[in-house]
Design a protein around this ligand. Structure first.
Ligand code: G3I
Length: 365
């Protein structure tokens, strides 16, 4: 993939947001004055090691952020994203119910905007997500309820074909199945997909996504694995089963929402990553946040980030993605019922916190 310097990246992204190609001058230069930083020589500039993106590149790691596309309306956000991150995840806008709110009516507007922005900024894209296992949150369209098994199979196949096909060659990797492990352990076996497709529904989804874009990496993505040993065992067993079945699985995402505000016991994360990597799959942190809860402080938060990211990268993780950019925009406030959980690397004014320094240093080690 093309590598750009930080200033050029910010400029290219702003150009794209202004509806221009990075190869063409803006029609109204006065409205995008910062974009003049896109100089031909900048395309070969080495990554700036003072940024997360630059530090991560030095380790051969991606550093990503989950975002809602309307955040890019703010030029300061667009610039920060393009400067600091090398991978973009749609927080919600690539989910099935977001795109196909009404059956047979798909609207890719928000998803397109994010993929365009990633292209313009030289960022990779993690497509999130095609199928949800657990029926929590709003990961699946409500209109699936009441359909026959044959109809569910048809609809799921069409959804995967359309969305993966649309972004073939542009979305680098897909979280094909989000949260396949049941709260009680084992693969979810009581959702609409297992009922329609049978116990091999995860493999079915992976095969279908592979047909739609044979070049995309295909991942499964799970939460709380580092916090619950029984979940780690279930996830590892699932990977082994998928491999035995010949399913196209490239990677395992560890969401890493640190709900307690603390890291797991030292070594836990590294051991988990090592066990997964020993199976031959790539591993990434895909949704990290560390809320301030129960007396934790910005200092302990930074320590938790340092420990988890440090262990993950040392054990061979290839990506660290944060579930949000700044403390003013986080799902955790509502989820934890707290006025503010401040779980991210940048504060409400987009200023870096101690957690930023911690992650930056952990990426450099
Ligand atoms: O956009 C509508 C808005 O029009 C409406 O007024 C409002 C009223 O509730 O809802 C808005 O949609 C919300 C959406 O976030 C956008 O803010 C949904 O209700 C809400 O359920 C949705 O929550 C998202 C959740 O996934 C469910 O999809 C969170 O933002 C998002 O952070 C969260 O992300 C998940 C990952 O995909 C998978 N891992 C766990 C993580 C946290 O649940």
């Amino acid at each position: 993939m093309r590598r750009l310097g930080a200033a050029a990246l910010a400029g290219a992204l702003l150009l794209a947001l202004a509806g221009c190609s990075s190869e063409e001058p803006a029609a109204e230069p006065s409205t995008v004055t910062t974009t003049t930083a896109v100089a031909p020589s900048a395309t070969t500039a080495p990554p700036d090691p003072s940024t997360l993106r630059g530090a991560a590149a030095g380790r051969g790691v991606r550093v990503g952020v989950a975002l809602q596309s309307d955040r890019l309306d703010d030029p300061a956000v667009a610039e920060l994203v393009a400067t600091q991150f090398s991978s973009l995840t749609a927080e919600n806008e690539m989910k099935w119910p977001s795109i196909e709110t009404e059956r047979d009516e798909m609207d890719f507007t928000g998803a397109d905007r994010l993929v365009d922005a990633a292209d313009a900024g030289g960022m990779e894209v993690r497509g999130h997500t095609l199928v949800w296992g657990q029926e929590v949150g709003n990961g699946m369209p409500e209109w699936l309820d009441g359909l026959s098994s044959a109809e569910v199979e048809d609809e799921l196949g069409e959804w995967i074909d359309t969305s993966v096909g649309r972004y073939a060659g542009r979305v680098d990797r897909w979280d094909v199945v989000n949260e396949p492990i049941a709260l009680s352990g084992g693969v979810v076996d009581d959702n609409v997909f297992s009922e329609a497709l049978g116990p091999d529904w995860v493999a079915w989804a992976l095969e279908r996504a592979h047909s739609a874009d044979p070049g995309a990496e295909l991942w499964i993505n799970e939460h709380s694995v580092e916090q619950q040993p029984e979940k780690a065992e279930a996830l590892i067993a699932l990977v082994e089963d998928l491999q035995a079945a010949g399913a196209p699985l490239d990677g395992v995402g560890l969401q890493t929402h640190a709900f307690s505000g603390q890291a797991p016991p030292p070594g836990t994360f590294a051991q988990l990553v090592e066990r997964l990597r020993a199976l031959g799959v790539a591993v990434a942190i895909t949704e990290m946040d560390v809320p301030l809860v129960g007396g934790t402080t910005e200092t302990t938060q930074a320590d938790a980030y340092a420990q988890i990211v440090g262990e993950c990268v040392a054990a061979g993780c290839e990506e660290i993605t944060l579930w949000g950019l700044d403390d003013g925009h986080t799902w955790l406030d509502a989820f934890l019922g707290q006025e503010r959980t401040d779980p991210l690397l940048f504060d409400r004014d987009l200023q870096p916190k101690p957690a930023f320094d911690a992650v930056h240093q952990a990426l450099q080690r």
